[in-house]
Design a protein. Structure first.
Length: 568
C-alpha cells in the first residue's frame, strides 16, 4: 500500500516515505490534532483483532528509552517520530557506556511489564541528538502475525517469521536472534538478553558477531560458533560471556543483572555512581527559595555528633527567561526533585499567563520546557524517576520526563498532591475536599482509598513509604472554636485504607527518607526518627529549618526540597 505526500490516514497527513520494513512501508506524517510529527508503519494486510489487542498493551509502555506507540489503525501503527542516528560502532568502552546503560534501562522496563522485544538489533535502536537511546518496535515482534518477507540481505534481514505464539516458528533477524529462536522455540526475555549481547559486541567491535552469505550460514554460526571476544575491550568480556551463553538456562536470567557485571568489569553503574559522596545543593530563588538540603545534616546534628560535617554548596536557580515560577496559588506547580536526585520539575508561566512544566537536570544550567503540559499543577515523579504525574484540565495525567505525549489516567477536578509507587499504583487527592483515591499508572477509573469522617475536611499530599504499600498523608480537621488542625496518618493499600492511624499530631505535609519523617510544625521543618516496622515515630523531633512554607519531596539519596518565603 504505497502512499503519496498529502495522503491521509485518519487525522495523519503523510509527509514522506522514510523506509520499508518486514511489515510494509514506514512514513513520516503529521498529527493535526496534537500538532506533532509521527512515524506511521503501514501494513500490507489488515491487522487481526489479537494483534490490535496486544499492540494496545504495548502502547502502555512509557519509558524514556522506548519509542512510544501512540495509536493502532486497521492496518497501520502510529509511533513516536525519533530524530537521530542508528546505533553504529566501533565505540570505545567509555563512550559506549551511557548507551549500554540506557539500553539496559529500556529493556528492563519492558520486561517488568512482561513485554519482550524478540527482534533487538542496531536497526531498531536510535540515538537522538541529545544522546538519548530509543529502542524501536518494542514487543511488536510478539504481536505480529504477518508472513515473512525480506530484502535479500541475510545479515540484516527483516524478521523471518512473526508468529510469536507458535512453537516451531523461527523468529527475529538472523544475525541477532538467540539460539532458541534459531531452533524455532518460543522466546522469552532471555532471548532479548542474547540479542543485547550481540548488539553490544557489534557496538564495541564495529563488526557483526555472526555473519555469512546466507541465512543458513548465519544461523549455523549462532548455533555452533565458539565465542571470540578478542575484538572487544576486556572490560566487556565478563558481561558478554554471560549474555551470550547458548544454553539460556546458563545465560544471564535478567537484563538488570548486567549493571552488576558492568560494575564488576570496572565500569561504574548508575547505582554505584549515586552511592558516591556528593555535594549537597541549596538552590534559592528570590524571595521564595527552593532549598535542597542533605538529610545527613539531621543525623549529624543529633545522632552522629562525631561524624565529619557534610560540605554544603549554595547555588541559585532562576526561572527560565521570560517566565515566573508558579510555586503557590490555585495553579501551583512547585519544584519537585526526582527520586534519583538528578532532576527538578517545576511550573513556570510566561508573560501572557500561560504555564507549563519545566525539567532541569541538576548537572546542567538550563531547564527544558515539557510540551503537552499546559496548565499543569502539582507535579510528582514516578518511583523510577522516568515519568511525571500532574493535574490539568480536570484530569490526572502522566508524561515521560524526556517529553512526548501526555496520557490521561482518570478524572481529578483540582488535584492536591500525588505519589507513585514502584508497583505502578498512584495515590492522589482529586480535589480540596475529598478522600484520597488510587488508580493504576496505566489509567482507569479511580477509587477511594481513605474515608473522611464528620470532622475531617480533607486528605491531601500523600507520600509512599519504601515498601510501596503504606503511605503517609495529612488529615485536616475542624475543631470546635479552634479552626483547622492537622495530623499525619499512615494507611496501606492492602487494607483499602481501613488500617489508617495517626503517627503525628499538629503536623502537616510529611515525607519520609533514610529513617526519618520530615514534616512542618508551625512553620518549622522538623525531622523525627520513624520505625518502618512499627509505623511509629521514635525519639524527639529536631528542627531542620525555620520559616518554611511547605515540603515538596525528598530524593532517595537524601536531597530535600522545601520552600521558604511567601511569594515569588
Amino acid at each position: 500500500m504505497a502512499l503519496s505526500i498529502g495522503d491521509k490516514l485518519g487525522p495523519y497527513e503523510i509527509l514522506a516515505m522514510i523506509g520499508k520494513g518486514g511489515m510494509g512501508e514506514v512514513y513520516r506524517a503529521h498529527d493535526s490534532r496534537l500538532n506533532r510529527d509521527v512515524a506511521i508503519k503501514v501494513s500490507n494486510a489488515q491487522f487481526t483483532e489479537r494483534f490490535t489487542r496486544e499492540a494496545r498493551t504495548i502502547a502502555a509502555l512509557n519509558h524514556t528509552n522506548i519509542c512510544h506507540l501512540y495509536d493502532v489503525g486497521p492496518n497501520y501503527l502510529v509511533m513516536e517520530y525519533v530524530e537521530g542516528n542508528d546505533l553504529k560502532g566501533p565505540l570505545n568502552f567509555d563512550d559506549a557506556l551511557p548507551i549500554i546503560q540506557q539500553l539496559i534501562d529500556g529493556i528492563e522496563a519492558a520486561h517488568e511489564k512482561n513485554i519482550v522485544h524478540r527482534d533487538l538489533k542496531p536497526a531498531n535502536i536510535k540515538i537522538t541528538p541529545e544522546g538519548v537511546v530509543k529502542i524501536l518496535d518494542f514487543g511488536l515482534a510478539k504481536a505480529m502475525e504477518l508472513p515473512p518477507s525480506g530484502d535479500g540481505t541475510p545479515d540484516n534481514s527483516p524478521t523471518l517469521t512473526m508468529g510469536m505464539t507458535q512453537a516451531g516458528a523461527i523468529l527475529g533477524t538472523a544475525a541477532y536472534m538467540s539460539p532458541e529462536q534459531a531452533k524455532g522455540k518460543i522466546a522469552d526475555r532471555r532471548a532479548d538478553v542474547w540479542s543485547f549481547g550481540v548488539v553490544l559486541y557489534e557496538m564495541l567491535a564495529g563488526k557483526k558477531l555472526f555473519g555469512g552469505d546466507s541465512v543458513v550460514e548465519i544461523l549455523g554460526g549462532v548455533l555452533n560458533k565458539d565465542l571470540d571476544l578478542s575484538a572487544v575491550p576486556p572490560r566487556a568480556h565478563k558481561l558478554l560471556r554471560w549474555c551470550l551463553e547458548k544454553d539460556r538456562k546458563q545465560r544471564l536470567q535478567a537484563i538488570g543483572d548486567a549493571r552488576r557485571l558492568l560494575s564488576e568489569s570496572g565500569a561504574e553503574s548508575p547505582a554505584r555512581a549515586e552511592a558516591r559522596p556528593s555535594k549537597w545543593l541549596w538552590p534559592s530563588v528570590g524571595a521564595m527559595a527552593v532549598l535542597v538540603v542533605a538529610l545527613a545534616v539531621v543525623s549529624f546534628l543529633h545522632f552522629r555528633e562525631q561524624a565529619p560535617e557534610t560540605p554544603l554548596v549554595k547555588v541559585s536557580i532562576a526561572p527560565p527567561e521570560g517566565t515566573d515560577f508558579r510555586f503557590a496559588g490555585n495553579g501551583r506547580a512547585p519544584a519537585v526533585i526526582s527520586p534519583d536526585g538528578k532532576r527538578l520539575v517545576f511550573g513556570a508561566a510566561s508573560a501572557d499567563d500561560k504555564s507549563q512544566l519545566w525539567v532541569r537536570s541538576l548537572d546542567t544550567l538550563a531547564a527544558q520546557p515539557l510540551a503537552n503540559t499546559d496548565g499543569a499543577t502539582v507535579p510528582f515523579w514516578s518511583a523510577d524517576s522516568r515519568s511525571i504525574g500532574f493535574f490539568a484540565d480536570g484530569k490526572l495525567k502522566k508524561i515521560d520526563a524526556s517529553g512526548g505525549a501526555a496520557f490521561t489516567l482518570c478524572a481529578a477536578a483540582a488535584g492536591r498532591g500525588g505519589t507513585w509507587s514502584q508497583d505502578g499504583v498512584i495515590v492522589f487527592a482529586p480535589d480540596n475536599n475529598s478522600p484520597l483515591h488510587q488508580v493504576s499508572d496505566a489509567g482507569g477509573t479511580s477509587s477511594p482509598i481513605t474515608s473522611l469522617d464528620q470532622t475531617s475536611t480533607s486528605h491531601r499530599w500523600p507520600w509512599f513509604l519504601p515498601d510501596g504499600r503504606h503511605f503517609l498523608y495529612p488529615e485536616q480537621k475542624t475543631a470546635q472554636g479552634a479552626g483547622e488542625l492537622a495530623a499525619i496518618r499512615v494507611a496501606s493499600l492492602d487494607s483499602g485504607g481501613k488500617d489508617s492511624k495517626i503517627v503525628l499530631t499538629n503536623a502537616f505535609n510529611a515525607v519520609y527518607s533514610q529513617g526519618y519523617l520530615l514534616f512542618l510544625h508551625e512553620g518549622t521543618l522538623m525531622a523525627q526518627a520513624f520505625d518502618l516496622k512499627r509505623l511509629a515515630t521514635t525519639g524527639a523531633a529536631m528542627p531542620v529549618a525555620e520559616k518554611v512554607e511547605d515540603v515538596q519531596i525528598v530524593s532517595n539519596n537524601g536531597l530535600l526540597v522545601y520552600r521558604t518565603g511567601s511569594s515569588t
